[in-house]
Write a protein that binds this ligand. Structure first.
Ligand code: ZN
Length: 284
């Protein structure tokens, strides 16, 4: 199933995306949770109702609504660095023995087709195509072989990065947390529909030119390693979002480097999920 958060004249709420459009879950059952974190938190109770809604006719075509980030306000956005061999090589780094984690702050969340800001304070704006995992269950100390049980589903994401701010200091957090720099979506594809998340083609484009072209089988630390590691330190909760790393081909590593410019269009595409797209716009 593909679950969306969408907005129309009647407000923002959750729906089911199908080939013919969106099923408004409020019309399926007015007692269903209105937001994605609520939906995921009560999933075991309401799953049958939502599966049943898949046979309904869509209430609106996809282009009649605005798709929001599937989780508009995650509790946390965690992101791993240097996690594909080709990206490690182009970054001139050694393969990390430890997982390298940083935060993207939640004010960076952006809708899957909304403009991404070129900051006033930098011109070194870069893209990073990434598989995004969404946690569905509150959990701690999850063993690797049980980690699949706590993933609700997957999205396509762009770990947009301000390179000079990233490397001004050893801690990358600020350069990764500018407003609008965590777009993801366009929906959450439930984990059962993805199956093994480590077999997915992942591609990044700028203005239609393919810059990144890899497969999640090349992750150094796979999604389940990541959850096992993170959950040793912190409780993971429904709606927490994990950016799982980017393959080679980021703008900073091209010769010569090719950073994003105002008017460029970035696209991240992942097998079985779909694509998100953003036009770069000057910060107002
Ligand atoms: Zn990244």
């Amino acid at each position: 199933m593909k679950l969306v958060t969408f907005t129309d004249d009647a407000g923002t709420r959750v729906g089911l995306a199908k080939d013919d459009g969106i099923v408004d879950l409020r019309k399926v059952d007015p007692d269903l949770p209105r937001d994605m974190i609520g939906l995921m938190s009560e999933w075991s109770r309401i799953r049958g109702t939502i599966e049943g809604a898949a046979t309904r006719k869509a209430d609106a075509p996809l282009d009649a609504v605005k798709l929001e980030a599937p989780v508009p306000r995650p509790g946390k956005i965690l992101a791993i660095g240097l996690n594909y061999a080709d990206h490690i090589a182009e970054s001139g780094q050694k393969t990390p023995e430890q997982q390298i984690w940083f935060c993207k702050h939640v004010t960076a969340v952006n809708a899957p087709f909304a403009p991404v800001q070129m900051p006033k304070v930098s011109m070194l704006l870069d893209y990073e195509a990434e598989l995004v995992a969404v946690i569905g269950k509150r959990c701690k100390h999850v063993p690797k072989d049980k980690a699949h049980e706590v993933v609700f589903g997957y999205c396509a994401g762009n770990d947009v990065t301000v390179r000079d701010w990233q490397f001004k200091t050893p801690q990358w957090m600020l350069g990764k947390s500018f407003d609008t720099h965590a777009p993801f979506g366009p929906w959450i594809v439930t984990a059962d529909e993805i199956g093994d998340p480590h077999t997915l083609g992942i591609r990044g484009f700028v203005n239609g030119e393919k810059r990144q072209d890899s497969n999640t089988k090349h992750l150094v630390f796979d999604v389940y390693d990541q959850i096992a590691h993170l959950s040793q330190a912190m409780t993971l909760e429904p709606g927490d979002v994990i950016f799982t790393g980017t393959p080679g081909g980021v703008g900073a590593a091209l010769k010569p480097p090719q950073f994003l410019k105002v008017g460029d269009v970035t696209r991240v595409e992942i097998d079985k999920i779909g694509a998100i797209e953003a036009k770069i716009a000057a910060e107002q």
